[in-house]
Design a protein around this ligand. Structure first.
Ligand SMILES: *[C@@H]1O[C@H](CO)[C@@H](O)[C@H](O)[C@H]1NC(C)=O
Length: 130
């Protein structure tokens, strides 16, 4: 009588684990991963007046070279800061469920086609500068 309950519990746990964020599930590989690559990413698309929708897309993830070194002229430090960023993207659109009649149900997001180590461009990205 006890066994079926145990099995159901572990099955539920397994389901929950596989539904979790893709970044968490393979955290061990990511800690040692060197380079910048396209990687699957799941997020919740939402906006006021609509229900949220879980969307899986491709994003950029990785590590890029960063260095700073002394130079002769002021300010005496030369820096090289590259981040893993989108090089080529494709815009995708999904329709959010259960939107209020006056709300546009379409939600547009970028999908990474190619990622590269590059300077973070404030024109296309909300760069973390602070
Ligand atoms: C993508 O990479 C190419 C080759 O490195 C580069 O010339 C181009 O400027 C990059 N495009 C963007 C949007 O960063």
């Amino acid at each position: 009588m006890k066994l079926p309950g145990v099995n159901l519990g572990s099955l539920l746990l397994l389901l929950l684990a596989s539904c979790g964020g893709t970044l968490e599930t393979s955290a061990i590989d990511l800690r040692t991963f060197v380079g910048c690559a396209v990687r699957e990413f799941t997020f919740l698309a939402k906006k006021p007046g609509c229900r949220g929708l879980r969307v899986t897309t491709d994003a950029c993830w990785g590590r890029c070279e960063t260095w700073e070194k002394p130079v002769l002229e002021p300010p005496y430090i030369e820096s090289y800061h590259r981040v893993c960023t989108y090089n080529e993207t494709k815009m995708m659109t999904v329709k959010l469920p259960k939107c209020a009649p006056d709300v546009d149900p379409f939600y547009t997001y970028p999908m990474a086609i190619r990622c590269d180590c590059d300077i973070c461009s404030t024109a296309t990205t909300e760069c973390e500068t602070a």
